[in-house]
Design a protein around this ligand. Structure first.
Ligand code: GLC
Length: 461
């Protein structure tokens, strides 16, 4: 028998592993370099709808109810799974409402922390098609959104309280149950990682082109889970090979890897300024609710007004970000009447004013926002938008704008707004307007135009 030369074996192993690591580097490099390109549609569109829907719409008191009330997963399943039968579910209506509100993309919870999948997954029976409803809810949703020309985003929870291999950690519903925690030794996160990959592969293979993936979420450290528990790198690598252009958020615990995320996701608060990472302004999206919880919550009475929501959209864009506004449909499959009303009103505003949102970003630094306004700016058209949050009386002072403006009009009706570059002298002192030497003075109608937040469009020099 011939002896194998140990030197050759070693050489082979080292060449083989070098090749693997070069391949690894190649996909990371490509993922980093193409970031701006794949984000182009998303940066332009600015406004999307989030949808949180799952079994938690039945108890109707928060999507974290299982955690908050320490409900064991089997008890939860036993109680709600066979009651899930949303007879009013009409995804065409949902898609139409999103579109009419001016939203350009939708992100739906394919699976939330409870572990219930909205699609007919091969890898778990805890899914919508196995409930009395019997259908693949996700498939219906995707088809409806495509018909309306909306971009499709999938939210996927890395956390799964239902899966028997997912170890009981600090936020698990069984965290205070000592006997159940003992069972951790029988739980196998390796198997869980395979399960997650199988599910994500299914989602990114069977539903056509998916534009966005929203991972949720990492909480590394003691009693938590992060990139090692998820195999975040393996997930990104797989996703990039299945859907190379997909846009991904930042919750995989890979913040220090440029290939590991595309945009930041501040949640339920408004950042003070354009969010940064390592001193650099980054793409970002804030996700917000109408009333506080993400899932349908019957008794929550903290609904934001339409005015607040429109202002929130404008403020977000004025800081270079996107807004993902959430609806939590009821267990029968319809939107809450308050969500419907607000979406319609946002749509009324967007019909006439969306030019100050799409394709817009923060104004160049030399423009200082006049009092009670937010500024947005469209680089392509070189137009600046002044959003009048509090409608002023007759005179609007634009600090330092002198010499910058070619023409001014209201955005909703293209009616000209007259302005002056210096305060005209008046015969009597008590009627003379005073303004700074570099200010521009606009003469507005006394009556506020009939649009929730009036917008002035400035064509710049
Ligand atoms: C979270 C929550 C959650 C919600 C989400 C939206 O971290 O766990 O219930 O789905 O973020 O961003």
């Amino acid at each position: 028998m011939k002896k194998t030369n140990p030197f050759l074996v070693l050489l082979f192993i080292s060449l083989f592993s070098q090749n693997i690591s070069a391949q690894n580097e190649a996909w990371k490099k490509a993922a980093t370099e193409k970031k701006q390109d794949r984000l182009a549609w998303w940066l332009n569109d600015r406004f999307g709808m989030f949808i949180h829907w799952g079994l938690y719409s039945l108890p109707a008191r928060h999507e974290w109810i299982q955690n908050m009330e320490s409900i064991a997963p089997d008890v939860y399943e036993e109680k709600y799974f066979n009651l899930f039968n949303p007879d009013l579910y009409n995804p065409d209506e949902w898609a139409k409402m999103a579109k009419k509100a001016g939203m350009k993309y939708v992100v739906i919870t394919t699976k939330h922390h409870e572990g219930f999948s909205l699609w007919d997954t091969k890898f778990s029976d805890f899914n919508a098609a196995k409930t009395p409803y019997k259908k693949d809810i996700l498939k219906m949703f995707v088809d409806a959104c495509r018909k309306e020309g909306l971009k499709i985003g999938f939210y996927f929870s890395l956390i799964d309280w239902h899966d028997k291999n997912f170890t009981i950690d600090g936020i698990h519903p069984l965290r205070n149950n000592a006997a159940a925690k003992e069972d951790n030794k029988n739980r196998d996160m390796g198997k869980y990682r395979t399960f997650v990959k199988n599910q994500v592969r299914e989602l990114l293979t069977n539903y056509g082109k998916i534009d966005l993936l929203f991972w949720d979420f990492s909480y590394p450290g003691n009693d938590g889970k992060g990139k090692d528990e998820w195999d975040s790198e393996g997930l990104v690598k797989m996703v990039r090979s299945l859907q190379p252009d997909i846009v991904m958020n930042d919750r995989l615990d890979l913040m220090e890897d440029k290939w590991g995320w595309d945009y930041k996701t501040p949640e339920q608060f408004m950042p003070n300024t354009w969010p940064e990472h390592n001193g650099e302004k980054v793409p970002w999206e804030t996700c917000q609710t109408f009333s506080g919880s993400w899932g349908y919550h019957r008794d929550e009475n903290t609904w934001k007004s339409t005015n607040q929501l429109i202002a929130m959209l404008i403020e977000t864009v004025s800081k270079g970000g996107n807004l993902l506004l959430n609806v939590g449909p009821t267990a029968r499959g319809n939107f809450d009447y308050r969500a419907i009303e607000r979406l319609q009103q946002i749509g009324d505003w967007m019909t006439f004013n969306s030019k100050s949102i799409y394709g817009c970003t923060a104004a160049p630094e030399k423009f200082q926002a006049p009092k009670n306004t937010f500024l947005t700016y469209n680089k392509e058209t070189n137009r600046l938008y002044i959003h009048l949050l509090q409608y002023p009386f007759k005179t609007l002072y634009l600090p330092g704008f002198k010499g910058q403006v070619k023409y001014a009009q209201f955005l909703h009706d293209n009616s000209e707004i007259k302005y002056r570059e210096s305060a005209a002298a008046k015969a009597s002192e008590h009627m003379a307007i005073t303004a700074g030497a570099d200010d521009l003075i606009m003469d507005l109608p006394v009556v506020k135009p009939n649009t929730e937040i009036p917008v002035i469009e400035l064509i710049l020099n």
